[in-house]
Design a protein around this ligand. Structure first.
Ligand SMILES: Nc1ncnc2c1ncn2[C@@H]1O[C@H](COP(=O)(O)OP(=O)(O)O)[C@@H](O)[C@H]1O
Ligand SMILES: [Mg+2]
Length: 243
């Protein structure tokens, strides 16, 4: 049976121009800080921007941005929470707060389906989607449910991360999903694994973000984050994708 929610999702996203999915396969490499910062950078550049946190168990964009997000407005569906800078924000945390959601496989898929089917996005130039780690359920669901997406891959400089990101890159290439490129985060000068991978997989190497020690003091305050060094780096990465 065809799930009617699947066709609704296309309608819900029809006014969104570009959907950038931030993914890695690996956890802890900076997907969430990059996603939140990319939304801030695009917002500063004057683009209408949305941020969708699809990390079901580990949602953290609301913690990074830190504006008291609250239950979204309902009107035959839900409207994204509007940050005071105009970014439209949706996360499972809008509904669950800081509680864990003890859901298994198919229930997770259903929750994602439901969230995508009920959220009515306004006209947006860019929607940034922050994914959980892993190359399973959520990645496959989002590829199946959302048309016209573009992936941004994030890796740290470590071989441990690069090996996992390679699996994701291979999967996406096999499925003919567009990849904008790869970002090396928390980069170490002595490593060339990410640059080598970019060459091997014919990916755009979108740039290097070093470890930024003041980032932690900016977490939870998007105004501080927006003016900080980390967002500067993210902004130069994101400009390569949008121009
Ligand atoms: N370039 C960086 N400089 C300093 N800290 C970073 C940097 N990138 C990520 N972090 C920190 O690393 C941790 C993991 O980042 P996070 O965005 O949660 O990763 P992911 O979403 O991939 O699991 C966070 O505490 C984040 O603040
Ligand atoms: Mg994350």
């Amino acid at each position: 049976m065809i799930d009617p929610r699947v066709s609704v999702i296309e309608k819900r996203l029809k006014d969104v121009n570009r959907i950038l999915v931030v993914s890695s396969g690996k956890g802890g490499v900076g997907k969430s800080v990059f996603s939140s910062s990319a939304a801030l950078a695009l917002n500063v550049l004057g683009y209408k921007t949305g941020l969708l946190d699809l990390d079901f168990q580990g949602s953290s964009d609301h913690i990074i941005l830190g504006e008291g997000v609250s239950f979204p407005e309902e009107s035959m569906g839900i409207r994204p929470f509007k940050l005071s800078n105009g970014i439209d924000f949706v996360s499972f945390s809008l509904f669950t707060g800081e509680s864990a959601l003890p859901l298994r496989g198919v229930d997770t898929t259903n929750a994602i389906l439901e969230l995508l089917a009920v959220t009515i996005w306004d006209e947006l130039d860019f929607l940034i989607v922050d994914l959980p780690p892993g190359i399973g359920e959520e990645v496959l669901d989002i590829i199946r449910l959302i048309k016209q997406l573009e992936f941004i891959l994030i890796s740290s400089s470590s071989l441990i991360s690069v090996k996992v990101v390679k699996r994701l890159a291979a999967l996406l290439k096999n499925m003919n999903i567009p990849i904008d490129g790869i970002v090396e985060n928390m980069a170490s000068d002595s490593s060339s694994y990410v640059a080598d991978m970019a060459r091997e997989y014919s990916l755009n190497y979108l740039g290097t973000i070093p470890f930024v020690s003041q980032l932690e003091s900016e977490i939870g305050n998007w105004r501080k984050l927006k003016d900080g060094l980390f967002v500067d780096y993210v902004s130069s990465v994101i400009k390569q994708i949008i121009y």
